[in-house]
Design a protein around this ligand. Sequence first.
Ligand SMILES: *[C@@H]1O[C@H](CO)[C@@H](O)[C@H](O)[C@H]1NC(C)=O
Length: 206
Amino acid sequence: MKTGLLTFTLIACSVLGARAIFFGEDTGNVGTQKAQQQVPLVSQSFAVKVINELNDRINGSVVASYVYLSMAFWFDRADMALPGFHKYFLTASHKARDDAEALMKYINKRGGYIKLKNIKSPQAVWRDGLKAMEYALGMEKDLNKNLLKTHGAANGDPHVTCFLEDRFLDQKVDLIKELGEYVTRLKRFTKDYHLGEYILDKDLHD
Ligand SMILES: *[C@@H]1O[C@H](CO)[C@@H](O)[C@H](O)[C@H]1NC(C)=O
């Protein structure tokens, strides 16, 4: 039943997306100067507002990748020595970078323009695993909120909304649940925090 519904949604997504692309339906394109930066060869009904939103999401993913990179090498220090946390955050950094690349590929596919922003340096000290997991959880919640905002702004451009649904929304919900569970596990060891952190580190390493 659930699979059937999902399949239906995906098919509906492809059909609507294709319709908007091939019939060049008006999805609220604005004829500003910025719009002229779009690639005329492939650009079809790609609203400036939506392109700007997607560029903001690239920024969010690149910032997240940078933060995870900082965390990964904090736990790699000899005085932290938590290889599981190192591995987990390094993978998270690569995934966030892949997210940014997927957004960039999508913008080019639709003939938009990419505008990269300045990236602030992440904090240098992460204290312990709990502190990093709590920060990651808050950051992913923000990223998800912003993705939903972009999804809302792209209302009327089904190709964008379907791309966001397929590539991001499910994964983000799963990731937020996962990070929430790690925070819970670490908080459970009130008397011997380091034992809990050690056990989670083992799990994250496997
Ligand atoms: C990029 O994203 C970060 C984190 O969400 C945010 O603090 C910053 O303001 C953004 N930069 C720009 C230029 O939008």
